[in-house]
Design a protein around this ligand. Structure first.
Ligand code: ATP
Ligand code: MG
Length: 542
């Protein structure tokens, strides 16, 4: 990547290497295991793993597991699976903040001994009261002048489990008048007598995120600590902690903007609510912006990586169109996905002059990509076509089937509609057509020139499957966070009983284009069910 196309983070890293500030690049992706990863996380993953790989460096996958109440080993496994599926390899660098609990505790003792941290007995409400506001300075805790010896004694007893939850906290001694509220003697440790998924009951105290994160970065030798913009106000604390302990390594924290995507929400809290209140069918519901949901829907890892590289990395807040992701999916699948025929809303066609049994036609899997080979396509005297491909009273220049008109069946014959059979309510039940035996695709000597080509399947020789069609999960482009459930689109999932040409069920490929209706992917959980990944229509242009 050259300097013009690279972003401000890549430029900074190149500069640090050129100037000798760093000799290698070490990054980390630090998820909290309290939910599934979403496409926003993919941006951070692609950035962290990407910049390291570009310089032959290394990336840690580090679980920030300092809040055991909300965290779960199942999330650790789901997150690891997603990062690997996206195509990134952390090698032997899978770590947990809890791996460092002992060192974190040791550094806290250092701060206490240097009179830079103190044990405070204010309760949560008092703490809020003493903190001040954006316009008013805070007030010192009455415990701020406790002696270092006394602080050490109390902190050691906190660690030994002598006190109840909330009785004490350990706080940094910085500046209660700082204009930055994060610097007003922030809490470093709190008492939480809860079981931890990895350390069990070994620790009755847990370190806070801001204290933990910078120290883990230092211990792992991270060269560039990349995070999202909401942490910019925490940077002075990040620096303060590392400046005041003996870790001897101090990476710069560099912030970039979060990815926002239209028609969805990206906060884990809101996604969790969608799952627990069953507005969707689990974290991997194909409508979710989670990596697991996208994978189940058929979005490829290559498409997500391409998407992340196209959106770039800046400090500007942005709301990206969903159409860009759809575009990346189409780009990835266009040349590689085999193309077959599926009728999503079947209308029966009887070929009155075809009296023989079914025959196999041969059709290519892809007209441009010959390497995909061919498949057998059964043709018979009873077919299904798409209900939408027939019009009783066609508009001008109509290219599909209508009474008395002709159309070509893709890879098959030309047919003409002779009669329309309706039921008592006037609903069309069946079309009676004739076919032209000398009009077989590729060997056509009929001289007929129908205006259009439609897809079809043989009625008996096709397979009945369920096809799931999706709209955006939210009808609003930018759902209001406080009333986001109101913006849910009640019609985001439509299920249809479709008919598939049989080769689509037996072919080895994972992704298919169903001609004229989109790209589809076989559902990983539901039998004989296909998810539409994207339509073929391109609303987004590069
Ligand atoms: P929450 O929604 O609970 O605040 P989070 O989305 O920040 O959590 P983390 O597990 O802390 O979740 O995120 C791991 C990393 O992914 C962080 O470095 C965070 O900055 C980054 N990240 C999270 N959301 C986005 C996003 N929308 N765009 C880019 N990076 C993101
Ligand atoms: Mg977070």
């Amino acid at each position: 990547m050259d300097a013009e196309t690279s972003d401000f983070i890549r430029q900074r890293i190149a500069h640090d290497l050129a100037s000798g500030t760093n000799t290698s690049v070490v990054t980390r992706f630090p998820p909290e295991p309290n939910g599934y990863l979403h496409i926003g996380h993919a941006k951070s993953i692609c950035l962290n793993f990407g910049v390291a790989a570009e310089h032959g460096g290394k990336t840690y996958l580090r679980f920030d597991d300092t809040n055991p109440v909300k965290e779960d080993q199942a999330f650790v496994e789901a997150i690891s699976e997603d990062v690997a599926w996206l195509g990134f390899d952390w090698g032997d660098r899978l770590t947990y903040a809890s791996d460092y609990f002992e060192q974190l505790y040791g550094f806290a003792l250092e701060l206490i001994d240097a009179d830079k941290a103190f044990v405070c007995s204010l309760n949560a409400e008092q703490m809020r009261e003493f903190r001040g506001t954006l316009t008013e300075p805070g007030r010192n805790s009455p415990d701020r002048d406790r002696s270092a010896a006394e602080n050490r004694d109390l902190f050691e007893r906190m660690r030994a489990g002598e006190f109840a939850d909330g009785e004490y906290v350990l706080r940094a001694k910085i500046d209660m008048a700082s204009p930055n509220i994060n610097m007003r003697d922030p809490v470093l440790y709190r008492i939480r007598k809860v079981h931890h998924q990895r350390t069990g009951d070994a620790w009755p105290i847990y370190p806070m995120y801001d204290y933990t994160h910078c120290i883990c970065d230092a211990l792992e030798g991270i060269t560039h600590s990349l995070c999202t913009l909401e942490f910019a106000d925490h940077r002075p604390l990040y620096d303060w902690v590392l400046d005041n302990i003996s870790a001897n390594w101090h990476p710069p924290q560099i912030e970039f903007s979060r990815l926002g995507l239209e028609h969805t929400v990206m906060s884990k809290r809101l996604l969790l609510q969608l799952v627990t209140e069953q507005h969707v069918d689990g974290w991997d519901d194909p409508r979710m912006p989670t990596i697991a949901g996208m994978r189940r829907r058929g979005v490829t890892a290559a498409a997500i990586r391409d998407f992340c590289s196209r959106i770039g990395v800046t400090k500007q807040d942005n709301l990206v169109e969903m159409g860009l992701l759809d575009y990346c999916v189409r780009q990835d699948l266009e040349a590689s996905a085999p193309r077959g025929m599926a009728v999503l809303e079947p209308l029966k066609v009887v070929i009155t002059n075809y009296t023989a049994g079914p025959v196999q036609l041969t059709a290519p899997w892809h007209q441009q990509n010959e390497s995909l080979g061919t498949r057998e396509l059964p043709f018979s005297g009873e077919l299904f076509i798409e209900r939408a491909d027939f019009e009783l009273e066609p508009p001008k220049k109509y290219k599909r089937l209508s009474p008395g008109e002709m159309v070509r069946l893709r890879y098959g014959y030309i047919i003409r509609c002779d009669e329309v059979i309706t039921d008592a309510d006037g609903l069309i039940q069946e079309l009676q057509c004739t076919y032209f035996p000398d009009s077989k695709s590729g060997e056509d000597t009929s001289g007929l020139k129908p205006k259009g080509v439609i897809h079809w399947v043989s009625a008996q020789e096709s397979e009945a499957v369920t096809v799931r069609l999706y709209e955006r999960l939210f009808s609003d482009a930018s759902p209001d966070k406080d009333n986001f459930l109101d913006a849910l689109d009640a019609n985001s999932l439509t299920e249809v009983s479709a008919r598939l040409e049989p080769a689509l069920l037996t072919a080895q490929a994972s992704h298919f284009q169903f001609e004229r209706t989109g790209y589809f992917f076989r559902d990983s959980k539901l039998e004989r069910t296909f998810n539409r990944t994207v339509t073929l229509r391109d609303s987004w242009k590069p």
